[in-house]
Design a protein around this ligand. Structure first.
Ligand SMILES: NC(=O)c1ccc[n+]([C@@H]2O[C@H](COP(=O)([O-])OP(=O)(O)OC[C@H]3O[C@@H](n4cnc5c(N)ncnc54)[C@H](OP(=O)(O)O)[C@@H]3O)[C@@H](O)[C@H]2O)c1
Length: 341
C-alpha cells in the first residue's frame, strides 16, 4: 500500500521571501528505530519559521529544510521498538528545532508525542503546542506571576501573545496588551485592556492605567533596543521583564536581535530592584525537561478540550499554499495562530 502513497512537503530552497517555499513530491519517509510516522493533519506556522526562511542566525537550519515546529496528526506507521502508540492514534508534537511540520507525512521520535483528546480539532490542538508551552513556562516559571499581579503583554493578538493572554487569564492576572487597533476587540475578549502601540505611547498609557505604579511583569515578544528600554520603564519598582521574542525583526531586520541582547545586558547592570527574567532557549529546554514537556502539553490539550483555553485559529491554509501563510504573517494581516492543513 505504501508504494502507491507519496509524500508532499514544503522546502525552503534558499533564504529569501515567501517565494522560496516550494512543494516537492517524494517517497514516503520511513520511521527509524523509536520513531513514528505521522500523517500530518495540521501544522503550525510561526514567526520563527519566517525568520529561519529570511536570514541566518546561529542555530538556524541551512537550506534546503522543511519548517514546522508544531504538528498534530495520526500515527501512520511505527518504527522498531515503539510500543507506546498504535496506528490511528491522534498525537501532537513539538519538533524542537528540527522542523518538518510542513509535510503530509513526517517521522518523529515517539518520546516527543503526546496524545490529543479525540474531541479536539487538529488545528486548535496544533495552536496549543509551541505557543502555549512557551506561555506556560514563562508565566509560571520565568516570571513566577501570581494571582492579581498586573502584566503587560506585547503582540497580544499574535500566536504567542494570545496564548499568554489565555494562560494569564487562568492564572488570575490583570492584563494589558499591545495590539493594532483592528485587534482591540479580540484582545479585550481575552480579558485584557488593549493599548494601540501604533498610535499611543505605550509607556505613558501603562503608567496612566496603573496610576503611575507600573506593571509587575512585561512579556516582551517584540524585542529590539528601543522596545526593551521602554518595556523596562513600564515596570513597577520590583517588576520583572521577560524578553521572549523578536517580532521587531519584521520592522528593522535581523540587527534587532543582537541589539536586543546588548540591551538586556545593559538593563541587568542597572542598580535597582527590577529583574530581567532568564528565558531558556525553547528549542533546547523541552529536550532536557521531557517530563515537563509531556505533562504540561497533556494538561494544556486537556484544558483546550474542555474549553478552559480556546486557541485562536482564524487562518486555515492548505499545505501547498504555505507561501501565502508566510505572506499573511509578514504583512501582520493575521490574528492568532496560522495553521497549514
Ligand atoms: N519558543 C519561543 O521562545 C517562542 C515561541 C513562540 C514565539 N516566539 C517569538 O515570539 C514572537 C512572536 O511570535 P508569534 O508567533 O506570536 O508571532 P505573530 O503571530 O506574528 O504575532 C506577532 C504580533 O506582534 C504584533 N506586533 C508587531 N509589531 C509590534 C510592536 N512593535 N509592538 C507590539 N506588537 C507588535 C502584531 O500584532 P498587530 O497585528 O496587532 O499589530 C502580531 O500579531 C516571535 O519573535 C517569535 O519568534 C518565541
Amino acid at each position: 500500500m505504501n508504494s502507491t502513497r507519496r509524500n508532499h512537503r514544503v522546502v525552503v530552497t534558499k533564504r529569501g521571501g515567501p517565494e522560496v517555499l516550494q512543494l516537492i513530491e517524494e517517497d514516503l519517509p520511513q520511521p527509524a528505530t523509536s520513531e513514528v510516522r505521522v500523517k500530518v493533519l495540521a501544522a503550525g506556522v510561526s514567526a520563527y519559521d519566517l525568520m529561519a526562511r529570511s536570514f541566518w542566525f546561529p542555530g538556524d537550519p541551512s537550506p534546503p529544510f522543511t519548517p514546522g515546529e508544531d504538528v498534530v496528526g495520526m500515527v501512520d506507521a511505527l518504527g522498531h521498538g515503539v510500543s507506546t502508540f498504535a496506528i490511528g492514534d491522534r498525537v501532537a508534537a513539538w519538533t524542537f528545532g528540527d522542523g518538518g511540520g510542513y509535510s503530509e507525512y513526517t517521522c518523529i521520535h515517539a518520546d516527543r508525542l503526546v496524545r490529543v483528546p479525540a474531541d479536539l480539532d487538529p488545528a486548535e490542538a496544533v495552536a496549543v503546542v509551541v505557543n502555549y508551552l512557551t506561555a506556560h513556562l514563562h508565566v509560571h516559571q520565568t516570571a513566577e506571576a501570581h494571582t492579581g499581579e498586573r502584566v503587560l503583554i506585547h503582540g497580544a493578538a499574535g500566536g504567542l501573545g494570545s496564548a499568554l493572554l489565555q494562560v494569564g487569564r487562568l492564572a488570575g492576572l490583570e492584563m494589558y496588551g499591545t495590539a493594532s487597533g483592528h485587534n482591540h476587540d479580540f484582545v479585550a475578549g481575552l480579558g485584557a485592556t488593549s493599548i494601540d502601540y501604533r498610535n499611543e505611547d505605550f509607556v505613558a498609557r501603562v503608567m496612566e492605567l496603573t496610576h503611575d505604579h507600573g506593571v509587575d511583569v512585561v512579556f516582551d515578544t517584540v524585542g529590539g533596543m528601543r522596545q526593551l528600554w521602554r518595556s523596562y520603564r513600564c515596570l513597577s519598582p520590583r517588576g520583572r521583564l521577560v524578553p521572549m521574542g523578536s517580532t521587531a525583526t519584521k520592522q528593522v531586520g535581523a540587527k534587532s536581535i543582537p541589539l536586543g541582547l546588548l540591551t538586556i545586558g545593559a538593563l541587568k547592570l542597572i542598580p535597582d530592584h527590577k529583574r530581567i527574567g532568564l528565558t531558556p532557549n525553547m528549542m533546547k529546554y523541552p529536550r532536557s525537561h521531557m517530563d515537563w514537556y509531556r505533562d504540561t502539553l497533556t494538561e494544556l490539550l486537556d484544558l483546550a478540550s474542555c474549553g478552559k483555553i480556546e486557541p485562536t485559529v482564524r487562518h486555515h491554509i492548505p499545505l501547498a499554499e504555505a507561501a501565502s501563510a508566510h505572506d499573511l504573517i509578514e504583512r501582520s494581516a493575521h490574528t492568532g495562530k496560522v495553521v497549514l492543513v
